[in-house]
Each structure stands twice: as structure tokens, then as C-alpha cells.
Ligand binder design. Structure first.
Ligand SMILES: Nc1ncnc2c1ncn2[C@@H]1O[C@H](COP(=O)(O)OP(=O)(O)O)[C@@H](O)[C@H]1O
Ligand SMILES: [Mg+2]
Length: 324
């Protein structure tokens, strides 16, 4: 079994037993009952043993994980997922959970000096999410398969395996997905888009610039009310980003007030796994229109008037008339 498959299987249990949004009391109530001891009479490891082992064989236990019950599934999942970033000297600690969503959990990390940032955000995809990606037909239509270095994979074997959903297919798919989010985010950041700077990716995790401060993460737009005098400029800034993305052949595909952060008067676009290539995806126009409509709906609440269909056509027509 390949490494990613093994990880997926190991952590799928985590999905069923842990919901990060529950209060700790509720979570405690849901804690899995201990399984029958299969250690053939050997004593169960004590709390100290587990703590020292760091669960995954390494001695490093970030403080967020150390504060969790040693038998809690999230503990091992976090340690294993971020260990590569620790080994590569990118982070020295994981301190708190920013948000646990349906698809991923995001954690605050303390970045090492060489990274040039105080904090980093680690986005850890949930195993089930990775498995379900395979059924997400709209976003995949017309997509180009790429290997780890971003080079296009053309082999018949790869395409065949994907279609048949063999283990090899699954592996290519998951690698493709994480790598795609990372490389798209890198490309956008390099081009000057307002997205968090990506730092690294490994297994099911992406490490990136943390948007927020010492006392907490930036809120998403849907969590805040804008002042009428800032709404117009922020709206134009979001639309500039949408235009820049399209210029690079990308449509976000899941843009809304939920995927835009607000910090110190500036916006940052996040969450790129659904990103589609406007050159190849037959749904690109519809997705662009939906993205722009959601943005207009949000800013409309704060006095911005704009016609989403006109705005979409204003971007799409010149794009289609362009020489690729
Ligand atoms: N770089 C970041 N800095 C600060 N908070 C972040 C960052 N990336 C994500 N978040 C927070 O984590 C949440 C989930 O991240 P997101 O990428 O949107 O994943 P999901 O697929 O679960 O929606 C976001 O709504 C946001 O609150
Ligand atoms: Mg999101």
C-alpha cells in the first residue's frame, strides 16, 4: 500500500469520531470507546509513554497536540501531517486550530526565522475529502493531469487508472489535487494576487502565510460588516483579483464571502482546490458568473451596486477574444 493510501485509511476513523467544532464537553462525550486490548497481555502505554513517543515515532509533539488527550484521533493526525514541515525546519510549533471545516482543518503554526514570517497556517485535508474529490465531476472536466513538478502527465496508463479508480489512480489523483492547490496558489502569489504566500506542501497538508495577528486569525468577510466607505474599494480589489486570475486562465470556482479574509483593511482570497482552467473547463463561464454573483451579493449589502452578469461578460469577452 502506498504511503498516502495508508495515511488515508489510518485517519479515516478520525473523521467519524472527531468534530473540531464541538465544545470540548460534547467532544468528550463522543470520544470513541476504547477498543479491546489486543496487545497480548502487554500493559497499555501510559500517557507519558505516548507523549514521549510523539505517536508517530518522532519525539516532537507540538503544543496544540500535547494539550489533547493522547488517545484523541486529532492528536496523531496533526502530528503526522505537520511533521514534514517540522523536519524541514519550516515550523517549530502548532499552537491552535483556526477553523475546522468539512474539507480541511487549518492550524496556526509558529514559523522558523528562515521562513521570514512569524506565523504560518497549515491546512490539513481530511481523508474523506480527498477520497470524495474523485467524484467531483464538474471541476474535473477538462482538467489537465500534472505530476508533482507540475509537468503534464500524458500517459494512457495514468488516464486509464484514474478512470478505473485503481489504487494507482487514487494516488495520482490525491497527489494531483494537493499539488494543484499549492502550485496555483504559488503562481497567483508570484503574479501579485492577494492570496496567502504558499510555503510548502507535503502529504495531505499545505503550509502557507498566516493571515491574522498574534491574538487570532483574520475573519472571513461573511463574519464582519464593512463600513460603507471601504466597501467600494474592497469590492474593486476583489474584482481585480478575479480579473488577474482569469488573465492566468484560472477561475476560483468557490469564491464567496466565506473564502475571502479581511485583515487590517485588506482582503485575501483563499481556498483554491476547486480552481478550474478557463481554457479547458466547459463550465468555466458559469463558475466565473457564480463567483462574481456571490461577491456582488455580499458587497451589495454594504451599498455597492454592480451587475454580476455585465461584470462577468466584461471579463469573459476579451478573454475569449484573446490569443492563447
Ligand atoms: N492562510 C490563512 N490564514 C488565516 N486563516 C486561514 C488561512 N487559510 C484558511 N484560513 C481559515 O480557515 C478556514 C478554512 O480554510 P479554507 O481554505 O477555506 O478551507 P475549507 O475548504 O475548509 O473551506 C477559512 O475559512 C479561514 O477562516
Ligand atoms: Mg473555505
Amino acid at each position: 500500500m502506498d504511503e498516502i493510501e495508508k495515511q488515508l485509511t489510518e485517519f479515516e476513523e478520525y473523521e467519524e469520531q472527531f468534530n473540531p467544532l464541538q465544545t470540548s464537553r460534547a467532544a468528550r462525550r463522543q470520544r470513541p470507546r476504547k477498543k479491546k486490548d489486543k496487545r497480548n497481555g502487554r500493559p497499555a502505554p501510559t500517557l507519558t509513554d505516548i507523549h514521549q513517543m510523539g505517536d508517530s515515532g518522532s519525539s516532537w509533539v507540538p503544543s496544540y497536540a500535547a494539550a489533547l488527550d493522547p488517545l484523541h484521533h486529532e492528536r496523531r493526525w496533526v502530528i503526522d501531517s505537520v511533521a514534514p514541515f517540522y523536519r524541514d525546519n519550516l515550523i517549530s510549533d502548532v499552537t491552535r486550530l483556526v477553523k475546522g471545516g468539512k474539507e480541511a482543518n487549518v492550524y496556526v503554526c509558529t514559523a522558523n526565522t528562515a521562513v521570514g514570517l512569524d506565523f504560518a497556517a497549515a491546512k490539513l485535508y481530511r481523508p474523506r475529502m480527498l477520497r470524495h474529490l474523485k467524484n467531483d465531476a464538474i471541476y474535473k472536466a477538462g482538467r489537465q493531469l500534472r505530476d508533482e513538478t507540475g509537468k503534464q502527465i500524458k500517459g494512457r496508463r495514468v488516464k486509464l487508472a484514474l478512470r478505473k479508480k485503481t489504487n494507482f489512480g487514487k494516488q495520482v489523483d490525491i497527489m494531483w489535487w494537493i499539488n494543484n492547490e499549492y502550485s496555483v496558489q504559488k503562481k497567483l502569489h508570484d503574479a501579485g494576487a492577494d492570496v496567502p504566500e504558499p510555503i510548502a506542501h507535503a502529504g495531505n497538508a499545505i503550509l502557507m502565510e498566516f493571515i491574522g495577528g498574534r491574538y487570532g486569525p483574520a475573519p472571513t468577510l461573511n463574519e464582519i460588516n464593512l463600513e460603507p466607505d471601504e466597501a467600494g474599494a474592497l469590492f474593486r480589489r476583489v474584482m481585480d483579483n478575479v480579473a488577474l486570475m482569469l488573465d492566468l486562465h484560472h477561475v476560483h470556482g468557490d469564491l464567496s464571502a466565506y473564502n475571502i479574509l479581511y485583515w487590517e483593511g485588506a482582503i485575501t482570497l483563499i481556498d483554491f482546490p476547486q480552481m478550474v482552467d478557463a481554457r479547458h473547463n466547459p463550465h468555466a463561464f458559469e463558475l466565473l458568473k457564480r463567483d462574481i454573483t456571490r461577491v456582488c451579493d455580499y458587497f451589495g449589502r454594504f451599498g455597492v451596486t454592480a451587475d454580476p452578469v455585465d461584470l462577468t461578460l466584461d471579463l469573459w469577452r476579451p478573454y475569449m477574444g484573446r490569443d492563447w
